[in-house]
Design a protein around this ligand. Structure first.
Ligand SMILES: Nc1ncnc2c1ncn2[C@@H]1O[C@H](COP(=O)(O)OP(=O)(O)OP(=O)(O)O)[C@@H](O)[C@H]1O
Ligand SMILES: [Mg+2]
Length: 246
């Protein structure tokens, strides 16, 4: 028979930083998430994989509370957030880098970096961000419009690291970038993981996802339909191709 202490141990050891259960969301009348379930352990990198329109971006938007209508449960570090406004959710330490990156073209690199408000103590300093992204330091006075796609992506990631968020939601950070830049983003994600950040990564490029993630959740028609540990990716590759239609 298990004693209570023994039974409680594994659960405590794996208590998720983010726990999503039965998450539903709507755009107006259009019901697009139909009960998303997944967990992310502290320090883990997980991906949300799935075809176009599966609901990956909407899942991230629902987690940070910018969908007008959502229901279900999203627990961040033990706090239920489903009825909280997005500012309060951010203050729990969730940072979001949208697919469109949101770099202000009229502001320079430094001004863009300083823009998002701090949500928690413990964010990286500008110097630490420049250590992670030396190219940004060289371009500190360059305007947003003058940056390459890769530089904009790095700025969008760097900017969120200043805020003190410890759970980072990245929506397709490699989209449209050259292979050499994709490698650099991959190394950055590995460094962030090493520094203790927890990351949810939406990706279409699962070859890239395989190089950075611990586990992969497959999203289809507004639900999570499977979870594949990265160590088991190879023997599930045909199944995954089927899911993604590639
Ligand atoms: N602003 C919107 N208004 C209405 N419907 C939307 C809106 N944004 C997305 N949708 C719909 O919601 C569903 C989920 O879209 P979502 O953007 O979450 O998918 P995704 O998995 O991120 O896809 P992609 O890989 O193309 O980025 C799709 O059917 C999409 O057409
Ligand atoms: Mg998307």
């Amino acid at each position: 028979m298990l004693t209570e202490a023994v039974a409680a141990k594994p659960a405590a050891a794996t208590a998720p930083l983010l726990k999503v259960r039965g998450l539903e969301a709507w755009y107006g009348e259009s019901h697009v998430l139909h009960g998303i379930d997944f967990d992310v352990a502290p320090g883990e990198v997980v991906t949300l994989l799935g075809r176009n329109g599966a609901g990956k971006t909407t899942t991230l938007k629902s987690i940070i509370g910018i969908m007008a209508k959502r229901k279900g449960s999203v627990v961040m570090a033990g706090t239920e957030t489903i009825n909280l406004p997005s500012r309060a959710i951010a203050r729990l330490g969730i940072g979001y880098v949208p697919e469109e990156r949101g770099i202000y073209s009229s502001l320079n690199v430094e001004e863009n970096l300083m823009l998002p408000p701090q949500v928690k103590p413990g964010g990286l300093s500008v110097e630490q961000i420049f250590t992670l992204f030396p190219n940004l330091k060289e371009r500190i006075r360059s305007q947003g419009t003058k940056l390459s796609g890769g530089e904009q992506q790095m700025l969008a990631i760097g900017r969120i690291l200043r805020t003190g968020a410890n759970l980072l939601l990245f929506d397709e950070p490699t989209e449209g970038l050259a292979p050499v830049i994709i490698d650099q983003i991959g190394r950055t994600i590995a460094q962030l993981k090493q520094q203790g950040f927890t990351i949810v990564l939406v990706e279409q490029n699962f070859r890239f996802a395989a190089t950075v993630a611990d586990r992969h959740y497959v999203v289809e028609q507004g639900k999570v339909i499977d979870m594949i540990p990265n160590t088991e990716l190879d023997r599930n590759i045909d199944k995954l191709h089927g899911y993604l239609g590639v």
